[in-house]
Design a protein around this ligand. Structure first.
Ligand code: ZN
Length: 130
């Protein structure tokens, strides 16, 4: 059983995409070969593996904002963030990636992206080597 690490990620906007690849890499045991699951411990954020090109990250933010309209859901009566929960459900809260020699074995253009749907706030991401 490998140790689980936890990352803390600050997000800056209501919808925000943060490249957490370096943090995930730093959380992996030096000698790990296998897989690692990155798990976002929240109901209004998600994780994706894609290209961290700045214009694409802006596009992702615009796209995420279209996934569910704001302000017309029952849960909004409680805390006004139903759209963020729904967007998070579509994104998914975990990603599994290959690990070789303690480093993420990603494709050339792949990065691990935390997708904030109800920021800005502090997020906690678990990294589970297996
Ligand atoms: Zn809520």
């Amino acid at each position: 059983m490998n140790a689980t690490a936890e990352l803390t990620v600050e997000t800056a906007d209501r919808v925000d995409v943060v490249d957490i690849t370096d943090g995930v890499a730093g959380a992996l045991p030096d000698d790990h070969d296998g897989l690692a699951t990155v798990f976002v411990r929240h109901t209004t954020a998600g994780v994706a593996i894609n290209e961290a090109e700045p214009r694409l990250l802006d596009d992702v933010e615009r796209f995420v904002a279209t996934l569910a309209p704001r302000g017309e859901w029952d849960h909004d009566e409680l805390d006004g963030n139903a759209a963020a929960h729904l967007r998070s459900m579509l994104l998914g809260r975990d990603a599994t990636l290959p690990v070789a020699g303690g480093a993420p074995d990603l494709g050339t253009w792949q990065s691990v992206l935390l997708v904030e749907c109800d920021g800005p706030r502090e997020r906690t991401v678990g990294v589970y080597p297996h």
